[in-house]
Structure formats: C-alpha cells, structure tokens
Write a protein that binds this ligand. Structure first.
Ligand code: GCB
Length: 617
C-alpha cells in the first residue's frame, strides 16, 4: 500500500513538471472528444496591446483590458477598449491569411476567442484542450486563467483543464497567436514558403478516463532478421506505453483481433515497455498497405488504433523494406492547397494532394519542410505512401545557440511522438540545406542522435547541399557521416548552367550509404509555352526533367530514389518575377490552378518504368 502511494505522488508530480511533449496525447482521433472547430472571433493586435500594458509590461491576470478577459462592459459608464463580436469572425482550423484581405501579409499577434459549454463528463473523467497546431506562438487562456504557452507552428500540444476551471455554460476561451519570425526560432527569419499564421489545425477537447494511455509505440522489433521472421511467420513486436495516471496500474492488454493476438503487458515490471511475438502478420508496404485494428485496454477502457507493421533498414548501399530493396519514386509536397491559396488542413485536402501524387505514380512523398497535419500521415498509411517527415530546421538557423537546439529538439520530439505509429513514415529528417560549419554540424549531429535515441525503427536523414565542380558532384558534407541515408538537393541546370549539362554530370559520395535526391526541379509558369531554352516555359521544365532522368541512368549503385521539387506551385514571398512568379515558386509539376504541366507526364512515365523494373526483381 505504501509502495502504491509513492507511485501515485510521483506520477502526479511528473504531470506538473513535465515538458509539453511529455504530456502530449496521441491518437486523438480515436478518443472521446468535442470539436472546438468552427467560428471564432478575432482581434488583430500588432502592438500586442492586449498582452502588454502601456509601460510594455505583461498585464496582470485580472487586468480588465487584458484580452484574455471577458470584455463585457459593466453598465453604460464602463469603458472597455477591446471586445469580441460576430463582425470579426474567423474559421478554425485555417490560416488567417486566406480568410480576409486584412490578413494577407500580416505577421504579428491575433487574438482568437470563442465560448463553449462544459461537456457531459462521466465520473472521474478528465478533460484536455488539444491543438493540432498553431503557427507560431500560442498563449492559451480559459476563463481568464492562463493554461499555458506553446512554440512551434507545426506540431500538436495540449493542456489539462482542471474540473474547477469549467463553468456549465459559456466558458471563455482565448488564444493569443503570434506568427512573427525571429532569428532564434525554428524556422528562422528566412524561408522559401509562406508564413501562414493562425490556428491552422483542429482544436478539440479530449475527454479521458482518470487513468489513461497517453502515448505508445507498437512496431516490429528492429533487431529481428525480417527474412527469418517472414519464413517462420513469427514476428517480434515491441514498443512502450506512457500512462497518465493518478493510481498505480498493473496491466495493459494488447489485442489484434484479426490475427487472434491477445497479450498482457505487466507495466509494473517493465516500466511500460514490451517485447512480444505475433503470428501470421501481413506486413505493410506501398503495394499492400495492410493496417490492423489494434486495441489497448487499461482498466475498463479500450483505445483503438489502425496500425501497419513493417521494417525499414539500410543494408550497405540499399534501403530495404521488409527485407526487399526499394527505389523511392517520390515527390516533395508543401502543406498548401494552391488553387485556394491556403494551408491544407483536413482529410479532403490530404486526398487532393495525395490523389495528384498517386497519379504521378509515386510510392513516396517528402512532406517538406515541417511536420504536416495528421490527416496526411493517416492517409499515407492507408494509401501506401512512404513518408519523409521533417522539422523546419531550414537554412540559416542560429546554430550556435543552445536554446535554439532545444527548440528544434522539442519539435522533433513532438513530430516523433505524434507519428511514431504510422507505418508510412520511414524517414525523420532533421533539416534542410543547412550551411556547413563546425557549429552547424555539431547542432545537426545532436538532432540526428536525438532522433535515433527516440526511435530506432526509422531512418534518419537531412537534405544536404552539393558543391558542383566541373561535372563532378562530390557529397562530403560531414553530416553525411551520421545520417542513415545521404540526401541531397540538386538543381544543376536550373541554378547554374542549362539542363544539358546534367548528362555529363557524375555523382559520388564520401559515404558508403544509400544516396537520395531530396529535391531536383525547375520553374515553369503553367500554360506558358515556348522553345525549350526559354526560361519559365513548360518546355524548359520538361527538358530539365528529361535531362535529369537521363542523368539518373548513370547514377552510382547506391542511388535509391528521388523526390523532385515539387508537386504543386506554392506561395513564397521570395519569388518576385512580376511576369512568371508573382509571389509563387513555380517549380510545381502542377500549377496554382491545379493544371498539370508537361514535366508531370515526363516524370510519371519514368516512374511507371521504374515500378515495372523493380517488380521484376
Ligand atoms: C531548395 C529548398 C526549397 C526551395 C527550393 C527552390 O533547395 O530546399 O525549400 O523552395 O530549393 O525552389 O529553390
């Protein structure tokens, strides 16, 4: 009994002091919930008047003019200098930029507000407020009390609402959202994409039992010899549970009904980790994206998920999936719906983007340059698309700053925790085109090691740069020593020289590891036709891809695939050619209206050929 009490106190203490990512609740789709999506009110506040007083000090909690407090005037003599009403409404989820012209180029603070009634709770149920993502900094207040703060524009977070905080009706919820860019944040000041602000992903109340499974991982044990397991039809399955409890729990039951699997995990002995054996599993792959219903029961409560089982590994120069060499026929994607000039945010958007990708005959997507919403990785799981998922450590991050490293690690953790049960995700990328220096390599190595420590069931990579040197492209970035595959962005023929230069171009790496082109591409304005040497014409882009594909025929043996840049044209404030770009990066194979450019079909044909070639192996 005394032992039990100690555990209880310890766990409660942990819950209070833990970092945000340790409190993150996963698999929110399959938990009891109330959506807080829909119409909210807003105040645009470029001077942060609702947050700072006139001496620029943070306002006191009860300050009547703090924007987290309900501003209803107290009778006709009362002076109130802010307020929320229906004339200032905004939809959640959604970036603000696309919702009204006043927001189009806005970077700064916007206050979001809505009310909600207390949901019906069963005895001992707990309640959490969950955000899929808010770009970039969110301060969250409920009924005038601060619940917490979160930084990072593309990863989820949640706060517990204690029962005493909720009224039966009209709970006043306010979020201060700030998307200003800073040199010491992740990403930093400079990116080649649009800085969409707002509550960009779903918001919901998650209702849990008193004791519940907060996070878990379940996967094929990485160390098993997968060919042997396939022959024996017996697989080692391992993983862990992280509970959020106020009482000591003893066991969790894991069930996979379709194969008659039912095992108990004693969580006292194992500290939550498990190592079990399953029979008759069909493995997940792009050709057969098999997902199983998996059930986890703690006490009287069962949480279900849909999970695929697969093993990805590097063997010498190859990437193996379930023991077989694969070639990644990829495409890079930004989280944007171009025709509507907005962030993608729901499953219809995921279907649209992946519908285009599938039409290109890809088996892999690089979700650049930040973790995309969870509809994307769920859809990738069921469609059989291999995923590269990345944190926005992009270009000129402040590599000498330890706090920036911590911010990057936090985003890495949140990305891994959310998606560690998605079979589709095979690569965690810790960054893109970071300029080589001692400080940068130390920083990036630390991220690679951190990712490996958190998850040994995926490959770790980062998109590197290459120095072109008279036809010899030698990749010796020191970071390549630590990543599992060596990935580079290559633009020969677009940034330097013309596409025909590619044929003579030779590729070598200093590392005996698989080589992947994480980008290659050229700009073209959809519908603009000219001879192939005319920049911005569809014909130029088509020529670029033809030459790129010819170059592919002479790649070294370790060449393992590519994810060209990019599926669809995307908004970027850096792209200001007034005739051809007009604020768009035009390297899409599909234009901003949704029309396929000529190069789309060039790549598609190549991918069809590659698919056939690998089928015969
Ligand atoms: C790159 C970057 C990507 C850019 C692209 C371009 O190498 O990784 O974010 O958008 O080039 O279009 O230049």
């Amino acid at each position: 009994m005394i032992f039990k009490k100690i555990i209880v106190t310890f766990l409660v203490l942990c819950a209070v002091t833990a970092f945000a990512q340790e409190n993150l609740i996963v698999n929110t789709q399959n938990r009891k919930q109330v959506s807080l999506n829909g119409t909210w009110h807003y105040i645009i506040d470029p001077y942060e008047t609702g947050f700072y007083d006139y001496r620029y000090k943070e306002k006191g909690e009860k300050d009547a003019e703090a924007y987290w407090n309900n501003p209803e005037p107290n009778g006709k003599t009362d002076r109130k200098e802010h307020g929320y009403n229906n004339d200032y409404s905004i939809q959640v989820p959604g970036d603000w930029n696309s919702q009204d012209d006043v927001f189009k180029y806005y970077e700064g603070t916007v206050w979001y507000q809505r009310e909600f009634d207390k949901p019906k709770l069963d005895e001992n149920e707990r309640i959490f407020l969950y955000f899929g993502a808010v770009n970039y900094e969110a301060h969250v207040y409920l009924n005038g009390k601060k619940l917490g703060m979160h930084k990072g524009g593309f990863t989820p977070f949640n706060f517990e609402i204690s029962p005493g905080m909720l009224k039966d009706k009209g709970n006043f919820l306010v979020v201060k959202v700030d998307n200003k860019r800073y040199a010491d944040e992740v990403p930093t000041l400079n990116t080649d994409w649009w800085n969409y602000g707002g509550i960009t992903r779903d918001v919901k109340l998650i209702i849990t039992p008193q004791n519940f499974i907060q996070q878990y991982a379940i996967h094929l044990k990485q160390s098993q010899d997968i060919e042997k397991s396939l022959k024996r039809k017996r697989f080692n399955i391992s993983g862990y549970f992280k509970l959020n409890t106020t009482a000591a729990e003893e066991k969790i039951t894991i069930e996979i009904p379709e194969i008659g699997f039912k095992e108990n995990v004693d969580i006292r002995d194992s500290e939550g980790s498990f190592d079990l054996e399953a029979k008759k599993l069909e493995l997940w792959s792009p050709e057969n994206p098999k997902l199983y219903k998996v059930m986890f029961t703690l006490g009287e409560h069962t949480l279900t998920d849909k999970i695929g089982f697969r093993k990805v590994e590097v063997s010498g120069k190859d990437v193996l999936l379930n023991g077989k060499e694969i070639f990644m026929r990829g495409i890079s994607i930004h989280e944007e719906i171009a025709p509507e000039i907005r962030r993608a945010k729901n499953s219809a958007d995921a279907d649209k983007l992946f519908g285009w990708a599938k039409d290109l005959n890809v088996n892999m997507v690089r979700l650049a340059h930040y973790p995309h919403n969870e509809y994307m990785t769920r859809a990738a799981d069921s469609l059989g698309l291999l995923v590269w998922s990345e944190i926005p450590v992009y270009w000129t991050i402040d590599f000498k700053n330890d706090e920036v490293l911590e911010k990057a690690k936090k985003q890495l953790d949140e990305m891994i925790i959310r998606d560690q049960n998605k079979a589709s995700v095979i690569i965690w990328s810790v960054g893109n085109e970071t300029p080589v220096s001692e400080a940068r390599t130390k920083f990036m190595k630390s991220l690679v090691m951190h990712a490996k420590e958190k998850d040994d069931t995926r490959l770790i990579s980062a998109a590197l740069e290459v120095g072109y040197n008279r036809g010899r492209n030698y990749i010796d970035d020191p970071l390549g020593e630590y990543t599992d595959i060596v990935s580079v962005n290559e633009y020969l023929g677009w940034y330097g020289d013309l596409p025909h230069a590619k044929v003579k171009s030779k590729w070598e790496t200093a590392y005996d590891k698989p080589l992947f082109f994480s980008e290659t591409g050229a700009g073209a304005k959809g519908g603009f036709h000219a001879d192939k040497e005319t920049r911005w014409s569809e014909e130029f882009q088509e020529w670029y891809f033809e030459e790129t594909l010819k170059m592919m025929e002479n790649m070294p043996e370790n060449f393992t695939g590519l994810s060209p840049w990019i599926l669809v044209d995307f908004r970027s404030p850096k792209r200001n050619n007034p005739k051809y770009q007009e604020g768009w990066n035009r390297k899409g194979l599909i234009d901003d209206k949704g029309n396929k450019k000529k190069a789309f079909f060039t790549l598609k044909k190549y991918y069809e050929k590659k698919e056939e070639e690998y089928k015969k192996r």
